[in-house]
Design a binder for this molecule. Structure first.
Ligand SMILES: *Cc1c(COP(=O)(O)O)cnc(C)c1O
Length: 379
């Protein structure tokens, strides 16, 4: 039923308390902003080369080590530029000669493209699968770097991170930008697990963070000694040296660091990685079972074991216009449910990162149901 004029008003009792369901930048918890405001007078606008900011960076490095149960020899490295920047840095500082890329969406294809166009390394091996699924790595003795993506944010497909068989000296890089903090991973299965703070870590973009194994660090050091030319901003040896001093090569965004540290503390206080993952698991169960039981919606990803627990992609029947739903939701303060534009489907995409309470996913489903009912009953 249309409520007021052409405007559909979702009743307050159905609506989620917080309307942010984007896949990045994603919901920042109000407590993070409050904490930043409290610390601001002695923190914001101060030098990142002094102990106040360095201690926050140190806190982040230590906290991530605890959150991911990193073995002692692993190191947390960070730098400016976000995950996209890390792809270019990896073509300079981690890929020796030839990489293998599993491509199953927009983000994994971008890293493959970066490797393909880098003139100083060989042509990468690219293994693709249809969108909505994921390929598996194929052991190949020519490959020195396997490039996996834990969660394809564009399609809502997640894959289990398992080191390829017979990988020997090869290292395993995992794009975990939207997965880190929301999906399970074991440090023994990767050499580099990299991400940015604007997804599960509920902070702002512009930073990359990489959890690195001794093999990855060894690779960085050997390439640095080989004399390969590397732009300083993309130089992982420089990033490593700075990270060890709890610094970044150039000036970082201080608010981003603060909100990131707060989110890591929140996850650890709640019970660690398993706890934050359990929130995403519950949200996923709620939204996928809702879609499966609905007359007009269904999960885009057919294989239940591929369905992401941090990013849900929900298809709608032709009679229901998903873009119209997203528009009405937005007018009601429920934002960023639009699908990944290049996928071109009649779809909504919902971020279910740890900051989103599973009850709010249930409220979102009720709100969508209300909008669909209102759209089909009146014009
Ligand atoms: C968001 C995202 C990126 C891009 O991150 P930026 O920090 O914006 O560069 C890369 N990979 C995946 C899987 C993502 O979800």
């Amino acid at each position: 039923m249309c409520d007021t004029g052409n405007m559909i008003v979702i009743p307050d009792e159905l609506k989620p308390r917080d309307g942010r369901f984007g896949c990045g930048p994603s919901r920042v918890r109000p407590e993070q902003i409050e904490s930043l405001a409290i610390d601001a007078p002695l923190y914001m606008g101060t030098s990142h080369r002094q102990s106040t900011v360095k201690s926050v960076v140190g806190h982040i490095r230590e906290g991530l080590g605890a959150l991911f149960s990193l073995p002692n020899e692993y190191e947390v490295v960070l730098g400016n530029g976000g995950s996209t920047c890390f792809w270019d840095a990896a073509t300079f500082g981690l890929i020796k000669e030839r990489s293998q890329h599993l491509v199953f969406g927009e983000f994994s294809s971008k890293f493959a493209k970066a490797a393909k166009s880098a003139p100083h390394i060989g042509d990468p091996e690219i293994i693709e699968s249809e969108y909505g699924s994921h390929p598996n790595p194929v052991s190949n003795p020519d490959i020195d770097t396997y490039c996996l993506t834990h969660n394809e944010t564009s399609t809502g497909v997640a894959m289990n991170i398992v080191r390829p068989k017979d990988s020997n000296e090869a290292i395993v890089l995992v794009d975990a930008t939207s997965a880190a903090g929301g999906l399970m991973v074991n440090a023994s299965e990767f050499d580099v697990y990299y991400f940015a703070p604007q997804k599960c870590f509920a902070s702002d973009g512009g930073l990359w963070i990489a959890l690195m194994s001794p093999a990855a660090i060894d690779r960085i050091e050997r390439i640095a000694e080989s004399g390969r030319w590397v732009p300083a901003f993309l130089d992982l040896k420089i990033a490593l040296d700075n990270s060890r001093l709890d610094q970044t090569y150039n000036t970082p965004a201080l608010a981003t660091l603060h909100m990131l540290a707060n989110q890591i503390d929140w996850m650890l206080a709640g019970g660690g990685l398993e706890w934050s993952i359990s929130r995403c698991d519950r949200s996923a169960e709620i939204i996928y079972s809702w879609a499966e039981n609905s007359a007009y919606a269904r999960p885009y990803v057919e294989n239940p074991s591929y369905r992401s627990h941090v990013v849900a992609t929900i298809d709608f029947v032709d009679a229901v216009d998903a873009a119209e739903i997203a528009k009405v939701l937005r007018a009601n303060g429920i934002v960023d449910t639009e699908p990944y534009r290049k996928l071109g489907r009649n779809q909504l995409r919902i971020g279910m990162f740890p900051s989103v309470d599973p009850e709010e996913i249930a409220a979102l489903c009720s709100s969508i149901g209300y909008v669909v009912g209102a759209l089909s009953s009146g014009d």
